[in-house]
Design a protein around this ligand. Structure first.
Ligand SMILES: [Fe+2]
Length: 386
């Protein structure tokens, strides 16, 4: 057995850990920028708790950047980075869903180097600039899905180029993740399902792609079993803290799994969808693509797809992975088509070309290496919801 593992993120997990942010943050300095979205962290009280904890633990200046949108943009990261430089901010707190955490991590990196956010995203030929410094970032998730709190990825959209790309660099890890499952209690059933499906896709894709890492695969296996058991409960009973706790834990495990083993074609094909249609939530796009792509993929790694089927409660046969996934998406109200999400049929060709241009780095690690024609055909299927 061979594997490598590196995860320079301190993790504090448990109900109430959000109130430790001030105590943790004072190691990093006195001037802090909280990066968050426009609404939910204000409405559910999380932002107030964070500010309170920072102030009572000696922070001299607590600034708030509350303009992070779903499918966050490079522009927001650039604006927040300018504040960090101008106000001599020592460290950054990301509070919210994946958008806020991804942005906070990117702000830590962009504010400490030259250039703009888009200089650091990974085109197939690599980023334009390589960062050499970062500012400390503390990530506090309020959803259970992205796993961004424990990995090196920031997914950003560039609305002018209509591209969604990833910053992936060892300086893009947060220093600390404060994972407090009670912060996820305020999500409604729909958002719970959307974010939970993202975690499931991370676990499925990292388990089944062609890279090998037994430790990451074990994390993915555990995440799948937990999501199968607890996501339907959390969707039905948003106040069930046990379900919320296991979902926060599963999302974290899956977030670590993709840090090591990456994702695959479902994510590769989703990014152009939400780049062209920013109103589509990341995991809605994933859900719309997942069944068609899994049907295409399962022959490429029969053993792992059989394991997935078994973990989802189906006979351990590779083709059962498709049924298992389809039934589970139905169960949590996420069996969607691209058509229902507002994607236009005449755009499918462009989406396929974007995958080829921007995400072909994933092709060799996908269970079955796709051609441009395969991708176009898969978009057609996902459009109709087959
Ligand atoms: Fe994802």
């Amino acid at each position: 057995m061979n594997f490598e593992f590196y995860l320079p993120v301190e993790i504090l997990f448990g109900v109430g850990v959000v109130d430790k942010v001030g105590q943790v943050g004072k190691r990093f300095g006195y001037r802090v920028l909280v990066v968050t979205g426009r609404k939910s962290t204000k409405e559910n009280g999380a932002l107030d708790r964070v500010i309170q904890s920072l102030k009572t633990n000696g922070a001299e200046e607590v600034l708030v950047f509350d303009r992070i949108e779903p499918n966050p943009t490079d522009k927001s990261v650039n604006s927040a980075s300018e504040i960090v430089v101008r106000e001599k901010v020592d460290y950054i707190v990301g509070l919210g869903g994946g958008s806020s955490l991804d942005s906070a991590k990117a702000v830590g990196l962009v504010s400490s180097n030259e250039g703009c956010a888009w200089d650091y995203v990974n085109y197939p030929e690599g980023p334009r600039l390589v960062p050499f410094l970062n500012r400390p970032v503390i990530c506090i998730p309020t959803t259970a899905g992205t796993g961004s709190e424990v990995n090196r990825y920031s997914v950003l959209s560039n609305p002018i180029r209509k591209e969604k790309m990833v910053i992936s660099h060892s300086l893009n890890y947060p220093k600390v993740a404060l994972i407090d499952p009670s912060l996820t209690l305020s999500m409604d059933g729909k958002l719970t399902a959307i974010t939970g499906v993202d975690a499931l896709m991370h676990a499925l894709e990292s388990l089944t792609n062609r890279l090998s890492n037994p430790l990451a695969e074990d994390l993915a296996v555990r995440a799948i079993a937990l999501i199968k058991k607890w996501l339907p409960v959390a969707v039905e009973e948003p106040q069930n803290l046990e379900a919320r706790t296991y979902m926060s834990y599963a999302a974290m495990l899956a977030g670590i799994a993709i840090d090591r083993k990456r994702v695959a074609l479902i994510h590769g094909m989703e990014h152009p969808v939400s780049a062209h249609y920013p109103q589509v939530a990341h995991a809605e796009g994933l859900a719309a693509l997942a069944v068609a792509v899994t049907e295409f993929n399962y022959r490429g790694n029969p053993e792992k797809y059989a394991l997935f089927a078994e973990l989802m409660g189906y006979p351990p046969e590779p083709h059962m992975a498709v049924r298992a996934l389809e039934d589970f998406l139905c169960k949590v109200g996420m069996r969607l088509s691209l058509k229902e999400l507002g994607v236009e049929r005449e755009k499918l060709e462009r989406l396929a070309e974007d995958v080829y241009m921007l995400a072909r780095g994933l092709f060799p690690i996908n269970p079955v290496e796709p051609t441009l024609e395969d991708i176009h055909r898969l978009y057609e299927k996902a459009y109709e919801g087959y």
